[in-house]
Write a protein that binds this ligand. Structure first.
Ligand SMILES: [Zn+2]
Length: 176
């Protein structure tokens, strides 16, 4: 079962990465006139979202079932390195900025139809990170320690045993 989940996770990651590249490609190549956006291509991009989103939601449940709703994303992404989480929020921010900034300057988003191909990127990027987290979560959970080396639970900021803060880098445990 575990191997099966890993295979699914890697498949979803590959599809998500391809989806992001495709979306970006269409976004940048379209206006450049190299590859104008074809009406039949957009459904493929959005259809791909459902293909990756379905297993993502189901598998994400394995990461989040023991956590409160407010910690949902923290729990889902806890297996990702910090830079990856930052990159994910930056990507989401950029997509929204690209979409809404032209609106602020009173331009109709319909003037730039290629902006719509950016939206699936959010779903592909989240899918990718959640699957990456899933693959690495066991190592993350088992290697979490406080500054004094006690094992602590996945999202705990302080040690339940001695009250020391969580060690900033999970690899600290390897030196003890
Ligand atoms: Zn401790």
């Amino acid at each position: 079962m575990k191997a099966f989940i890993q295979v699914i996770a890697y498949l979803v990651m590959a599809l998500s990465a391809a989806g992001v590249v495709l979306c970006l490609g269409l976004y940048f190549l379209g206006p450049a006139g190299i590859h104008p956006l074809q009406a039949r291509e957009t459904p493929v991009l959005f259809g791909g979202v459902f293909v990756v989103w379905f297993p993502t939601v189901i598998l994400m449940n394995r990461l989040t079932q023991d956590f409160k709703q407010k910690d949902l994303w923290k729990a889902a992404l806890r297996g990702c390195p910090p830079w990856m989480r930052v990159a994910l929020w930056v990507v989401i921010g950029c997509v929204f900025a690209a979409f809404f900034l032209p609106m602020l300057s009173k331009r109709n988003p319909g003037d730039a139809p290629q902006t719509f191909v950016l939206f699936p990127i959010i779903f592909y990027a989240v899918s990718f990170c959640v699957m990456y987290s899933l693959v690495n979560v066991e190592e993350h959970d088992s290697s979490r320690r406080c500054l004094n080396g006690h094992p602590i639970s996945p999202l705990a900021k302080f040690c339940e045993e001695c009250g020391a803060p969580a060690a900033p880098d999970s690899k600290v445990s390897l030196q003890i």
